[in-house]
Design a protein around this ligand. Structure first.
Ligand code: SAH
Ligand code: SF4
Ligand code: F3S
Length: 444
């Protein structure tokens, strides 16, 4: 039996897809990259912007044919879209070829639901929200040398534009010992880099404090997790995603400064450079507070490399607000920025605001922000010329290794295929907006 799995969205979904493949392997499935070979097609979906959802619906349309050609084919929808209110109704109406819809809370039920469909029990769905964290599910990971490790699930921030708190539920943290034991296991299996995942990693531990003796007090904080992970022998680099500016405390800055294995890449989504818009977004910080935080981090971690997320066209955003965003980009000097056009999400407060910005205007603003950022990226990359970076090679193609430096910059350099999965010292020879080119000084 073969499964075709399409994953959309962020690393939370990528990590869930690893678990999905792990569970399916235990059921006797093997992954295929060809839909026409599949007995089971699963879409692990994302709700963050409307475009992401449209993609899924149009893909579901093309799957209709596969189902006609192969009546036994099972089609399932999971991930964030599958957790949306009213999605069951919508799917039944618009995509009756879908056999099961499983939200984000009970991934472990997937095998049972597939068996139910195959056993003739008809359409299956489960959107129940549980606070429960199910540990020790199997996983199949795409890379042996790096691993995604969840530390928190859900989000309590309720930024006014964002659907994540609705589709991923309340914020909850894994027990520190569970995270550390998974970390050690991944390293024992050969991972040299770990990526700690959460919508807001700095909030790690908040929901645990009173639960059990081993998680009391300071034990379960993100800073402490970094100190503990730093001790794992053979582990070389620790990354994390995402940190929220509001909760970036002094203890965390200290931990980054103290722990050499912790990457100097700090993805710190700002969303807007206008304090007025930030207030409307419910981000919990002003432009000035954000800039002050960047300064505080730079004082203690001078090698910090910042990247960010920007939303343009939030309801009511003026030209002046947009200028504030552009000047903030220049002031901080981000290595790169993900820039998005605001997309109204049903059920979120911002979607109900009057003063929605027309699409054409949003496009123009996106162009303006991207152009400003491209200039900054190129300038920062040029400053790296001649420097030697610590790079984990992640892929190889035709004599060229590609990997990520400590600051997450993408760099290509000549090398052997056997260099994939190892760290290299790479001298920067050429700087471009999105990538660097270099030469190796040999494998470490
Ligand atoms: N938890 C992370 C972000 C997760 S979503 C954080 O708070 O930083 C990733 C990015 O998608 C966000 O940073 C934001 O820039 C963007 N985003 C979220 N909702 C959006 C929406 N409705 N329209 C456009 N972009 C959105
Ligand atoms: Fe969404 Fe805000 Fe939570 Fe990030 S912190 S997931 S943007 S609500
Ligand atoms: Fe998308 Fe869900 Fe991640 S909405 S961005 S896949 S948490």
């Amino acid at each position: 039996m073969q499964v075709y799995l399409a994953t959309y969205g962020c690393q939370a979904n990528e990590r869930d897809s690893e678990t999905i493949l792990g569970m399916l392997e235990q059921m006797g499935y093997r992954e295929t990259k060809k839909e026409e070979e599949a007995d089971l097609i699963l879409l692990n979906t994302c709700s963050i912007r409307e475009k992401a959802e449209q993609k899924v619906f149009s893909y579901l349309g093309t799957l209709k044919q596969y189902k006609q050609d192969k009546p036994g084919l099972v089609i399932g929808l999971c991930g964030c879209m599958a957790q949306e209110t009213d999605m069951i109704k919508l799917i039944r109406r618009r995509a009756p070829q879908v056999d099961l819809v499983l939200g984000t809370h009970k991934l472990h039920r997937l095998p049972e639901m597939i068996r139910n469909v195959q056993g003739g029990l008809g359409f299956q769905w489960d959107q129940e929200e549980t606070g429960e964290i199910v540990e020790a599910l199997p996983a199949i990971r795409p890379y042996p040398f790096k691993a995604l490790v969840n530390i928190t699930y859900g989000c309590n921030n309720f930024c006014t534009y964002c659907i994540v708190p609705y589709v991923r539920g309340r914020e909850r943290s894994r027990r520190l010992e569970d995270i550390l034991s998974e970390s050690r296991q991944r390293v024992a299996e050969g991972a040299v880099e770990l990526m700690y995942l959460g919508q807001n990693v700095n909030a790690y531990g908040k929901t645990l404090k009173d639960e059990s003796a081993d998680n009391k007090g300071k034990e379960a904080s993100f800073a402490n997790l970094l100190y503990r992970a730093q001790e794992i022998k053979e582990l070389e680099r620790i990354r994390y995603m995402t940190s929220h500016p509001r909760d970036f405390g002094e203890d965390l800055i200290r931990a980054i400064a103290d722990c050499p294995k912790v990457s100097r890449h700090i993805h710190l989504p700002v969303q807007s450079g206008s304090s007025r818009i930030l207030r409307q977004m419910n981000r919990g910080y002003s432009r000035e507070e954000y800039l002050a935080l960047v300064e505080r981090i730079r004082r203690q971690v001078p090698e910090a490399v910042f990247t960010t997320d920007i939303i343009v066209g939030f309801p009511g955003e003026t030209d002046e607000d947009l200028q504030d965003t552009i000047t903030l980009l220049d002031q901080v000097g981000f290595d790169s920025a993900f820039t998005f056009m605001y997309s109204p999400r049903q059920g979120t407060p911002a979607a109900k605001l009057a003063e929605q910005i027309p699409l054409r205007e949003k496009k123009a603003r996106l162009q303006a922000v991207m152009a400003a950022q491209a200039g900054n990226s190129l300038r920062l990359h040029q400053e790296l010329l001649g420097q030697t970076l610590h790079v984990l090679a992640e892929s190889w193609d035709n004599g060229v290794l590609s990997g990520r430096a400590d600051g997450n910059q993408l760099i290509h350099f000549p090398g052997e295929a056997s260099g994939v999965g190892a760290f290299h010292q790479v001298k920067v020879k050429e700087a471009q907006t999105w990538t660097l080119k270099g030469e190796t000084h040999g494998q470490e």
